[in-house]
Design a protein around this ligand. Structure first.
Ligand SMILES: Nc1ncnc2c1ncn2[C@@H]1O[C@H](COP(=O)(O)OP(=O)(O)OP(=O)(O)O)[C@@H](O)[C@H]1O
Ligand SMILES: [Mg+2]
Length: 300
């Protein structure tokens, strides 16, 4: 069952086309990661799907409905954590949830039971009375996820859920999202972290300057774009492009050289012959795909 379906969706801000003719569809229960550098259009696309921003062109269906024309119906089935979302710092954890719950008429015992379940789910049990300004960044993000889940949504839109968080908290959030996926939740996640996409996503779309430049499962994207192994080293160590093994692909990004080949042994042998210091021989990653297709790193 297709739950999100976009055809040639375009959004402009004055002369700038922030999202350009994007088509994508998402089946129920999958996690779709939108990757892209700053300004690629990820938030703009998420906002259109969430029914908070109108599109200028194209067709859009979320659970069969037009998210702009049927805003409240669509919103009732969506849990959303936008990049700019904040908690009310004047209020404590429980009060923040209570105010939000009222949008869905969630109160009394039903509210208390749901909150207990969700706080446990995001590992915030016992912090009900804590002022939200006293929460760490990671706790705030987990509370925002719990808040988005209050209405028991069918789809979760998460705009950079782990940006700026330490690796341990990031893992905690990934575990939470995995549990939701096991329960059949459909998740659209935007991220700058290719590891996040590789760990969680069934499908990945790379957005660059408003355009969806490629799409597929993480392994599909890697296999379609580049050989499976890569040798990475400092430009100053390079013996020159002509010296690489036959059939290898050489890429230069910043002060790094990348030699791609499906034959790991060939790369290893070549390394032995050339005495390059501090080389890094590894499997090709989504970050390599991103660099190859956009010429830029995910964090640039
Ligand atoms: N309300 C707005 N008014 C004018 N321009 C906007 C507005 N919102 C976004 N833009 C522009 O649209 C483009 C896409 O922005 P968007 O926030 O969607 O990017 P993003 O991929 O989410 O970036 P980031 O990774 O920094 O969050 C940018 O050039 C941005 O400046
Ligand atoms: Mg954004």
């Amino acid at each position: 069952m297709t739950v999100i379906d976009l055809k040639n969706v375009t959004r402009k801000f004055g002369d700038l086309t922030a999202v350009r003719s994007v088509s994508l569809s998402m089946e129920k229960g999958i996690c779709y990661a939108l990757l892209g550098p700053n300004g690629a259009g990820k938030t703009t696309l998420s906002k259109m799907i969430g029914g908070v921003l109108p599109r200028h062109e194209g067709e859009m269906r979320v659970l069969g409905m037009d998210p702009w024309k049927m805003q409240s119906e669509v919103k009732a089935h969506l849990g959303v954590v936008m990049q700019s979302d904040a908690l009310d710092d004047e209020l404590n954890v429980l009060e923040n949830l209570r105010i939000y719950g009222l949008f869905f008429w969630l109160k009394g015992r039903a509210f208390r039971e749901r909150v207990a379940e969700l706080l446990e789910f995001v590992s915030l049990t016992g912090r009900e009375k804590m002022p939200t300004q006293a929460l760490s960044g990671g706790m705030k993000r987990r509370l925002l996820i719990a808040r988005a889940l209050l209405s028991d949504p069918e789809i979760l839109l998460l705009d950079e859920p782990t940006t700026g968080l330490d690796p341990q908290v990031r893992q905690v959030i990934w575990t939470t999202l995995r549990k939701l996926m096991e329960k059949g939740m459909t998740i659209l996640l935007t991220t700058h972290y290719m590891e996040e996409a590789s760990q969680l996503a069934d499908r990945v779309g790379i957005l660059d300057q408003g355009q969806l430049i490629t799409e597929g499962s993480p392994t599909e994207l890697i296999h379609r774009t580049l050989p499976s192994c890569v040798l990475e080293f400092d430009e100053r160590e390079s013996p020159g492009d002509a010296a690489v093994p036959d059939g290898s692909l050489v890429e230069h990004h910043g002060d790094r050289v990348y030699v791609f080949d499906d034959d790991e042994t060939a790369l290893r042998n070549w390394l032995g012959e050339h005495g390059i210091s501090a080389p890094h021989l590894r499997q090709t990653s989504l970050e390599d795909v991103f660099l190859k297709l956009t010429g830029r790193g995910l964090h640039e």
